[in-house]
Design a protein around this ligand. Structure first.
Ligand code: FMN
Length: 432
């Protein structure tokens, strides 16, 4: 009996030893699957072994919050479809994503209660429309109102364009549109997931690089975080590239400036913008610009300034006609006139400080416009007395309000670019 159990123990020990040897030879047994398609990398394992990640990390205390879909960000897309009697409809969908590379397919999960669900069942097609930030209101609207109750295209002044390849409408005004043909329908529970094979993708031509890749900074796609819509943040790094920072002998092709300063970026990208689209600048934006102006430094805290915000076409045109160097006001959809208020200036020689104060306010306005994607140009008025009188007349300004300049504002067409004005000769250290 004892002999039998000793034998069993020996056999068991041998089995364990063999297993341990096998596992060790396989490198720990954990199979991390390197991607096998174009995403896979060409780094030999020996190279990887030579470097260690030199960062201090800590495992943070976690709290379980139950079943949540905390994947951030989510896309905020608009799905286009025709009803069985040909009525175009659009709805917002966040439960979406690329589902396969070949064939390129997009998954969209839609509740059966939506008009869009009925439409896709009837036609077997849909379009995916990618909104840019400026369509945030429209995107939210079509996610709250059903096509059963309203023609959302008509209400929002958007154009339904029949797909070139599928029986579904796309939104003419949206920058990226993708035509899809349903290949699979999966009933998941609350939602039905339609898998749409991508038949064609169209992008606003001015948003494409020469190689047909999308300029994301220019497109400014809208995304969904938890509870809020967001825009894209700043560019951080290039995928399949930045990991090279941790691989000996490799350099990433795009080196992120992780300490990039947004204020400096705005200062260096500011340019005089003289070409604008027809898109309107809102009153809120103009108020914000003037607030930025009033945040400028001012001598003896006198704040000797007054601002006239203009969004009336007739007034903009009148100014354009009277000021030879402000012809761009014909195209601009707004303007701000920065005036010195002589009733508020300091006394004596300090009186003239209104010009510095208003100039600082003007630069603040120019930088603020640049920072929110608007374009502006400073056109001078003071000290040309003839021009001052013209502007005073057009704007009905009291005599002691002296227009320093007219800042034309609008959405830039992209034609105007910043200039590099850095000239080392103009910098003197300590003495001339
Ligand atoms: C940000 C956001 C995301 C949404 N995501 C989805 C989604 O993924 N699936 C869905 O069925 N409904 C989603 N909705 C709700 C529909 O868009 C909404 O019910 C819409 O009014 C349906 O329109 P329809 O009846 O014309 O199809 C979302 C709404 C919003 C505002």
């Amino acid at each position: 009996m004892q002999n039998k159990s000793t034998l069993l123990n020996i056999v068991l020990a041998i089995v364990i030893v063999v297993l341990v040897i096998q596992i060790t030879q396989r490198g720990g047994g954990d199979s991390y699957h390197q991607p096998s398609d174009s995403f896979s990398q060409d780094t030999p394992a020996t190279e990887l072994q030579n470097t260690t990640v030199n960062t201090s990390r800590s495992v943070n205390l976690k709290k379980s919050v139950g079943v949540k879909g905390y994947i951030m960000p989510k896309p905020a897309l608009v799905i286009g479809s025709y009803s069985k009697d040909g009525k175009p409809d659009i709805m917002t969908a966040a439960w979406t994503g690329i589902a396969s590379s070949d064939p390129l397919s997009i998954a969209v999960s839609i509740r059966e209660s939506r008009q869009t669900y009925e439409n896709i069942l009837a036609t077997g097609c849909f379009t995916v429309n990618v909104p840019s930030e400026k369509f945030v209101v429209e995107t939210d609207y079509v996610g709250n109102i059903s096509g059963r109750d309203e023609d959302k295209f008509q209400k929002l002044g958007l154009t339904p364009v029949k797909g070139d390849y599928v029986n579904a409408p796309y939104i003419g005004e949206f920058p990226v549109v993708i035509e899809c043909q349903v290949t699979d329908t999966i009933h998941l529970g609350s939602h039905v997931q339609f898998i749409g094979k991508v038949i064609d993708t169209k992008v606003d031509a001015d948003l494409l690089y020469d190689n047909d890749e999308v300029n994301v900074e220019k497109l400014k796609p809208l995304i969904l975080g938890e509870g809020f819509y967001y825009g894209y943040g700043k560019r951080l790094a290039k995928p399949f590239d930045i990991y090279k920072t941790l691989v000996e002998g490799k350099e990433p092709s795009y080196k992120p400036d992780l300490l990039a300063n947004e204020t400096l970026a705005t200062i260096f990208s500011r340019k005089s913008v003289r070409h604008y689209t027809s898109e309107k600048v809102s009153n809120d934006q103009l108020t914000l610009m003037v607030k930025a102006g009033m945040a400028a430094p001012t001598a003896v805290d006198k704040r000797p300034w007054a601002f006239v915000a203009i969004n009336n076409r007739a007034v903009l045109d009148q100014l354009a006609e009277s000021l030879p160097y402000a012809k761009m006001l014909k195209q601009a959809t707004a303007a701000i006139v920065v005036c010195g208020d002589l009733s508020k200036t300091a006394e004596g020689y300090r009186k003239a400080y209104w010009i510095q104060d208003c100039s600082a306010a003007t630069e603040n306005i120019l930088l603020a416009t640049e920072s929110i994607g608007l374009g502006a140009v400073w056109t001078g008025v003071h000290p040309d007395q003839e021009k001052e009188i013209e502007v005073q007349k057009i704007l009905n300004l009291p005599d002691d309000k002296i227009p320093l300049n007219v800042i034309a504002i609008g959405y830039p067409t992209g034609e105007d670019q910043p200039k590099d004005k850095w000239d080392e000769n103009n910098l003197h250290w300590n003495q001339w």
